[in-house]
Design a binder for this molecule. Structure first.
Ligand code: HEC
Length: 160
């Protein structure tokens, strides 16, 4: 082995060691994988509810099914962030907070319709990890029709 080869071997070993230690140290930074209590879950017809549960509830509810890799840094940091952000923007587990103000509920419903129509939700990286989470076009139609019906009933019940 030449001197240069020995030096390269040295550097590679040092990098591997460094990466291993960094990975192990990263595991010390724990993230919260708790599921807070469900305060007022969405009520919707079973076909709608089932599709939303399968496709959205991991990030937009307090009933997240945390996968094993959500316990391994650095994945855990990122997944934790996505779930926290998803719940903050819209949480099906406290949906009754929105229904108490139909304006807010309509706004969330509009957003859902918009994001599923453009295939923006569930996010692509989530679909890559959970191929079964993709909404079928029949499910998209069912959800969109349900949303239209909900909004009609709000319009009918709001005082003019
Ligand atoms: C992997 C996690 C994840 C999944 C699964 C997911 N979302 Fe999201 N969603 C997010 C995040 C993060 C945001 C906020 C950032 C953004 O808009 O990209 C968000 C934002 C939204 C918003 C905007 C809410 C607002 O008022 O600001 C809606 C509506 C939404 N998602 C609907 C859905 C629906 C419907 C599904 C299922 C078909 C779904 N999401 C699945 C992570 C997720």
């Amino acid at each position: 082995m030449s001197r240069a080869e020995a030096a390269t071997g040295h550097t590679l070993r040092a990098i591997l060691w460094f990466a291993t230690i960094a990975f192990l140290v990263a595991q010390l930074v724990r993230t919260d994988r708790s599921n807070p209590a469900v305060s007022g879950d969405l009520s919707a017809p079973p076909a709608v509810k089932d599709a939303l549960q399968r496709s959205c509830y991991d990030c937009h509810s307090n009933q997240t099914r945390w996968p094993w890799y959500s316990a391994v840094a650095p994945c855990s940091w990122w997944i934790h962030h996505e779930v926290a952000e998803g719940r903050r923007r819209m949480n099906f587990s406290s949906w009754t907070d929105y229904t108490s103000d139909p304006g807010t509920e309509n706004q969330k419903l509009d957003e859902i319709a918009r994001l599923i129509a453009s295939d923006a939700m569930p996010p692509w990286y989530y679909r890559a990890m959970h191929p079964g989470a993709q909404l079928t076009s029949a499910e998209r139609d069912t959800i969109t029709q349900w949303i239209a019906g909900e909004k009609l009933s709000h319009a009918a019940s709001s005082p003019r």
